[in-house]
Design a protein around this ligand. Structure first.
Ligand SMILES: C[S@@+](CC[C@H](N)C(=O)[O-])C[C@H]1O[C@@H](n2cnc3c(N)ncnc32)[C@H](O)[C@@H]1O
Length: 226
């Protein structure tokens, strides 16, 4: 994980607040304290008899080691998993199809959007894509360039952008830093933005995140994906 020294953090924070955005609002989410990303993945594997798992960004295998499934691939250029590549390089040569993909690599809008679209191309019918870190609670947690250690990045923007597409059905489950849920189906609730995605700021997310992200609770998720 990227190391940030104190001076770099201060410089990047001033830069972000001066040239990109300065907004103080903080959100309070209701993330369950007894159900995490590995529980969600286990739930989906068991319910759908999934056999093929892909994780993008594995770090110290905090999640990868907990996923029990017939075949699993973990891609990370630095540590963890079982393929030492960036996700872009992995997808260039990949020939496998997956039932469930967990995207948790580089947390920037552009990269996450690419990771999602690449994953869609290698998703089995009835497969699902999960995206970690979709719900930042404050400006600093989502700032790119990064100036905080605790960081979700602007993953949320990839979800908002793709919620405008007709051919992907997307929700965000309010749990474990916000988990995007994507299936390769007709969008049952196309998002209409009143400005281009490049102009959407954290303040817009703060004011509209429930609609932008199509937020659902864990019980709602279990009803929809039963
Ligand atoms: C937040 S950690 C992953 C945590 C893990 N998935 C978990 O659930 O605890 C992000 C990881 O993404 C990796 N990463 C960074 N850029 C990447 C890229 N372009 N492709 C794949 N992985 C990347 C980093 O090396 C880091 O290990």
């Amino acid at each position: 994980m990227e190391k940030l020294n104190k001076l770099t953090k201060i410089f990047k924070k001033i830069y972000y607040k001066t040239f990109i955005e300065n907004f103080k609002g903080k959100l309070k989410y209701d993330f369950p304290s007894n159900f995490y990303r590995w529980d969600l993945i286990e739930y989906l594997i068991k319910k759908n008899n999934y056999t093929n798992y892909l994780e993008i960004g594995c770090d110290q295998n905090q999640l990868f080691s907990k996923v029990l499934i017939e075949n699993k691939i973990g891609v990370d250029p630095v540590s963890g998993g079982n393929i030492r590549k960036t996700s872009d390089d992995f997808f260039k040569e990949n020939v496998n199809k997956f039932d469930i993909v967990f995207i948790d690599g580089l947390h920037t809008y552009e990269q996450v959007k690419k990771d999602i679209l690449n994953s869609v191309n290698f998703l089995n019918e009835n497969g699902i894509i999960l995206v970690h870190d979709c719900m930042p609670d404050s400006l600093g947690k989502q700032a790119v360039p990064r100036y905080k250690m605790q960081w979700n990045g602007d993953v949320w923007k990839a979800i908002v952008d793709l919620r405008q597409k007709e051919n992907l059905d997307i929700y965000t489950c309010e749990m474990d830093q916000g988990i995007g849920i994507i299936t390769n189906k007709k969008n049952s609730s196309v998002l209409k933005l009143n400005k281009p995605i490049g102009k959407i700021k954290f303040k817009d997310y703060f004011e509209n995140y429930k609609e932008y992200m199509r937020v659902i609770s864990l019980p709602e998720f279990k009803k929809i994906f039963k």
